[in-house]
Ligand binder design. Structure first.
Ligand SMILES: Cc1ncc(COP(=O)(O)O)c(C=O)c1O
Length: 421
């Protein structure tokens, strides 16, 4: 519900708010009162329910999407000397997990319509050292998995999917989570369902599943639940170098209540996305998302792209980020004087209109760490840079009312009207 604090200015519409209700709170309270708050029966139940939901044999609950991806790479024995191909148009976690394993992240460019990895660019990046592909289902729109799985088969590669955005999405009728070797989901608060922090790795492979499970708790042969429960034994062995990635029952309880509401959440997202489409589609200054016919997107993000050449916003651009630092230095191609400045100014105008927005993502090869470490540089992936200069993620979440969506549409239309060339 949008409340008006006075007659003139409605309150700021946050870019994101999670949907947590009384049933979520009650589930957490029940665990708190049970005396068992870390990994146990709830985590197990959440794993079973999630595996069933995506149609995978196994699900391993962990404490972040990053952990899920890292375990997948570790279980697949990706290590030093190996190359893993992924997208520049992602969150840094996707590349970090490759680096954690001592392997080399190799970037391939994206498609301009879905912003997903372009299978032709993946193929061009394959070398004799390539061991795995790590596609990201950007904004919840599935990647071209037929082409990706075909490349993997032909070159004997593992496919580990970053499905942080894609819980509830499907590719040619198959749920995301049951296609590649391992699929990693995130339950960070901005995601379609949340456990505050959390993640899940799904797989049909018995060996990968048991390895990920063992590595998620210090590489121990027996987890705490099995050691301390009535039927347990105190004895365990450390069989591998593992990590502290297990999901506590306190969070798994949220996972169960949230998962039960996922389809409903995604329906509301789809309704809001349709309203955005209807409300903005006549504006030639904007490129709107158009899901491909053979996929189901969960509408994790609603990402519009501006056509900067049709807008005059650059003069209004003040800064690249809210702290006033232009991204990548004032001379950089994405700085306020470049095309990206118009995108930054559009977001600033939205903020002035009381609406939060965001950018997904700053391409990996534009970040200092990767430039220093791997010599990546602007110009390496033109489509990712093209996208970065144009994209704006509008608010889209189940708590938004239809009136909130109309308010965003009106604000976007007013900015375009004011700044059209
Ligand atoms: C594309 C992508 N991959 C991975 C992650 C990491 O997920 P988590 O924060 O649960 O570790 C995120 C999270 O924001 C993401 O957007």
């Amino acid at each position: 519900m949008t409340e008006h604090s006075d007659n003139t200015s409605p309150p700021f519409l946050d870019y994101f708010r999670c949907s947590l209700d009384d049933d979520d709170a009650q589930a957490v309270l029940d665990v708190l009162r049970s005396g068992w708050i870390t990994t146990g029966a709830k985590a197990q139940a959440f794993e079973r329910a999630f595996a069933d939901y995506v149609g995978a044999r196994h699900a391993v609950a962990v404490n972040s999407g990053t952990a899920a991806m890292h375990l997948a790479l570790a279980a697949a024995r990706i290590g030093p000397g190996d190359e893993v191909i992924t997208t520049p148009f992602t969150f840094c976690a996707t590349a970090e997990v490759i680096e954690y394993q001592g392997a080399l992240p190799v970037l391939a460019d994206i498609e301009r319509d879905t912003f997903n990895l372009d299978p032709a660019c993946i193929e061009a990046a394959i070398t004799p050292r390539t061991r795995a592909l790590l596609p990201v289902h950007y904004a919840g729109h599935p990647c071209e998995m037929d082409a990706i799985m075909d490349l993997a088969r032909r070159h004997d590669l593992r496919v580990i999917e970053d499905a942080a955005h894609a819980v509830g999405s499907a590719y040619r009728g198959r749920p995301i989570g049951a296609i590649g070797d391992v699929t990693a989901f995130s339950f960070y608060p901005t995601k379609n369902i949340t456990t505050a922090e959390g993640g899940m790795a799904t797989t049909d492979d018995d060996d990968l599943a048991s390895c990920m499970r063992r590595l998620s708790l210090h590489g121990m042969s027996r987890d705490a639940w099995k050691r301390y429960a009535a039927a347990g034994s105190w004895y365990y062995e450390v069989t591998d170098l593992g990590y502290k990635y297990n999901m506590p029952d306190l969070l798994a309880a949220l996972g169960l209540t949230q998962l039960a509401k996922l389809d409903r959440f995604n329906e509301v997202r789809a309704r809001h996305a349709a309203a955005y489409h209807d409300g903005l589609r006549d504006l030639p200054q904007l490129i709107l998302p158009r899901p491909r016919a053979h996929v189901r997107t969960n509408w994790h993000l609603y990402v519009i792209a501006i056509r900067p050449e049709m807008l005059t916003l650059d003069r209004a651009a003040r800064s690249g980020d809210p702290d006033g630092h232009p991204p990548f230095g004032p001379e950089g191609p994405q700085g306020p004087e470049g095309q990206g400045g118009r995108r930054a100014a559009f977001i600033e105008a939205l903020r002035e209109a009381g609406i939060g927005a965001s950018v997904h993502f700053i391409p990996l090869h534009l970040h200092p760490h990767y430039q220093r470490r791997y010599g990546w540089k602007p110009g390496d992936h033109p489509n990712a840079e093209w996208a970065y200069e144009r994209v704006i993620s509008l608010p889209l979440y189940p708590r938004m009312t239809d009136a909130d969506v109309e308010r965003v549409i009106a604000a976007v239309r007013a900015i375009v009207e004011r700044h059209r060339r």
